[in-house]
Design a protein around this ligand. Sequence first.
Ligand SMILES: [Zn+2]
Length: 202
Amino acid sequence: MPPEASVHEIAPRSGTAFTLDKGERLTVIDPQGEQVADLLAFVRGDLDEVISSGRTLDYASRIYLTTGDPIYSNRSNVLLRIVADTVGRHDFLLTPCSADTFRIIYGDAHPHRGCFGNLAAALAPYGVAPDRIPVAFNVFMNVTVDGGTGELKVEPPLSQAGDHVTFEAECDLVIGLTACSALQSNNGSFKPIRYRIDPART
Ligand SMILES: [Zn+2]
């Protein structure tokens, strides 16, 4: 089923970038289920300020974020707030998959550029250099942690077709968003991601 006119689609194993104004809402949709989307947000007027996994998880005292949780920057400002979430399981620990991920973890001789390469390409026109890309907020990614040993496991996403998460911008942002390229993260197949931007509420 094609997306509605106001809904954009990111093809499997690709990514995009766009601006999101203060107050606008970004809804990330998993149209088929079990597909991860890596999300980045930079402050539009100062690209040195970007979402921070370390600060956000520190202040939340949890690794699983959901409705009501803020996503903080490296300067401890709230850049995004999760205002709706039909899944409740996302990851903010692991870096975007990359050619190095596929070389090191999967042993690929000719690796795909992954979310990292897709984000770097999409964000380049906005002035974001690859080395500025931090840990992404990995929408729908299901990473479990053994509380005793700390062992991480990448499990199939809990998202089903039509599940979605909505973020509200707390300032003017540049957003990077992907349909993740890693087999393990997406239960073995590559699917599209959709997103929609809704105007600020008056
Ligand atoms: Zn990825």
